[in-house]
Every structure is written in structure tokens, then in C-alpha cells.
Design a binder for this molecule. Structure first.
Ligand code: IMP
Ligand code: MG
Length: 177
């Protein structure tokens, strides 16, 4: 029995996940051709998505990561967002694609977009693997999305519950501890 069997049910399996990411990669390859693309991955949840997406984009690009904290723990957002670790290079003049694991209430992305726009990039777009529209509390422009999901708490492929389950290669529904 695998370590997660009792607590997690598969929602989006590895094959479906990877084939959608390759599709997004092809789309981004067309849209950013000739531009200086920088992927800005949001730690820690989007690490797996960012690295797979980067490898499916057939263009020169640079990678940056930014650490944000919007959770006190548990499964509910507190609405309070902090930058826990910043990018390493100036963002001015760059075409930024923010890569996020999930947009839930949207509060984290709203904060991040305001913060990045203040650094005068050439453009800022948003690519999220998952969107949970049922819980949106603010309008966030989503340019690229992997999957729209119902209002369930998901783990795996970077997403965690109390720092656990990030290493599952699929998206699963957390059933409780
Ligand atoms: P938002 O600010 O409510 O949109 O939440 C954004 C962050 O909350 C995401 O980047 C995740 O880190 C976390 N989050 C939201 N929903 C889930 C979930 O279903 N599972 C795991 N983490 C989640
Ligand atoms: Mg996140």
C-alpha cells in the first residue's frame, strides 16, 4: 500500500496532468516567441509545475522563484500575504509569467500582481495549474489555466496539507487525517 492511500483520492492523474502541461507549453511557445520570457514560480507549491512547464516551452527563458506565505496552517486562507523570499534579478523590462499552483480566493495573486507591476516589467501574465472559481473573493486575470476544479481541498504535485503530500505525482483530494 502506498503511504497516501488512506488519505488521498486521485482527482487528476499523472498522465492527464502531464499532457495538459505539454499543451500549455506549446501555447506559450507560440505566444512568447521573440520575447524575453521569465517564469516567476511561486514557492513552494508551484515548483513541480514550474519545472515541468519550463521544459515544455521551446524558447530561451529565465527562471525566478518567489516565496509567499498566505497561510497560518489548516485549509483556510488568512488573507494576509507576506513575501518570504524575493526574486534574485531586476524585473524591469522583462515579460513575466507568474506560475502558480492554484488560485483559490485570489488574494495571494492579487497581492503578487500589484507587487510585480510596481517593478515596471514589460508585461505580467498569470499561468495557474488549478483554479477554484467557487471560492474567488477577488477578480484575478488568469491568462493560462490547467484545470478548473470544484471546491475541494487538493494535495499533490506541489500542493500540501501541513507540508505533506507535495511529492505525489498527481493531484489528489485530501480526505482528512
Ligand atoms: P488564495 O490566496 O486563496 O488564492 O490561495 C492561494 C494559495 O493557497 C495557493 O497558492 C496554495 O498555496 C494555497 N491553497 C489554496 N487552495 C489549496 C488547496 O486546495 N490545497 C492546497 N493548497 C491550497
Ligand atoms: Mg501557492
Amino acid at each position: 500500500m502506498a503511504f497516501f492511500d488512506q488519505q488521498v483520492g486521485v482527482l487528476i492523474d499523472e498522465q492527464k496532468l502531464q499532457s495538459r502541461i505539454r499543451e500549455l507549453g506549446r501555447q506559450l511557445t507560440e505566444e512568447y516567441r521573440g520575447k524575453e520570457l521569465t517564469l516567476v514560480g511561486v514557492l513552494k507549491g508551484s515548483v513541480f509545475f514550474t519545472t515541468d512547464l519550463a521544459r515544455s516551452i521551446d524558447l530561451p527563458l529565465t527562471l525566478e522563484f518567489l516565496g509567499l506565505s498566505s497561510y497560518q496552517g489548516g485549509t483556510e486562507t488568512t488573507g494576509e500575504v507576506r513575501i518570504t523570499s524575493d526574486v534574485t534579478k531586476p524585473m524591469a523590462g522583462k515579460h513575466l509569467l507568474v506560475v502558480e499552483d492554484i488560485i483559490d480566493t485570489g488574494l495571494t495573486m492579487k497581492f503578487l500582481l500589484e507587487n510585480l507591476r510596481a517593478r515596471n516589467p514589460a508585461s505580467v501574465k498569470v499561468c495557474t495549474l488549478l483554479e477554484k472559481p467557487a471560492r474567488a473573493r477577488t477578480q484575478v486575470p488568469i491568462d493560462y489555466r490547467g484545470f478548473v476544479i470544484d471546491d475541494v481541498f487538493v494535495v499533490g504535485y506541489g500542493l500540501d496539507y501541513g507540508e505533506r503530500f507535495r511529492n505525489l505525482p498527481f493531484i489528489g483530494v485530501f480526505r482528512g487525517s
